[in-house]
Design a protein. Sequence first.
Length: 227
Amino acid sequence: MVRNAGKSLLIDTTPELRLQALAFGVNRVDAVLYTHTHADHIFGLDDLRRFNDLMDTEIPVYGDAATLADIRRIYSYIFTHTQTGGGKPRITLHEVERSFEMFGLKITSFYVIHGKLPVLSYRFDRPETNSTPAVSAAYVTDVNYIPPESMAQLHNLDLLILDAVRYEPHSTHYGLYEAVSIIEELKPKQALLTHLSHQFEHDTVNAELPPHIQLAYDGQVIRLAGD
């Protein structure tokens, strides 16, 4: 979740969305950006309806054309008019642009490769103001190859969040040392590794990593300069 200017921008709707929201006090979702439509990234979409109720508004949802088509197919009941019945998520679908602005952030979308599947990643830049410095972060999950044109989007970051599923290389995800190699090439000020498997013992792995690279954990909050 990316927060700025009092707004909350959620990346993907995982199956445990409701549990995570309750555990960590998430009470608003102002928009959703999707990376792709594998089950572990979209099967919490129905829980957006609670945020509709809390905020009394529709939620804009962004993804590429294939992602939006999958959402219409998998969640067809959302888009089917019904006279009676329980609540449904109130969402509007928008094809994501390569570069756009939202909630005081410049957002850049670009593709990385997840096995053979192109997956969207996102960079967030907040411009410098009189009271806050410029900050930048990127979220790159489900990846085992970053094309050169996408690597170019990942330089000069304050924070990079990157996939690392296990120690060894994987057919659709980076292994730990592959991810560390990418981070060392890009040189963000700070990097967090996500999409972790239970092959990692958290404290042990963190002790092996450089101080600016660590395993992420549920509920972790990173406040970038000026927040």
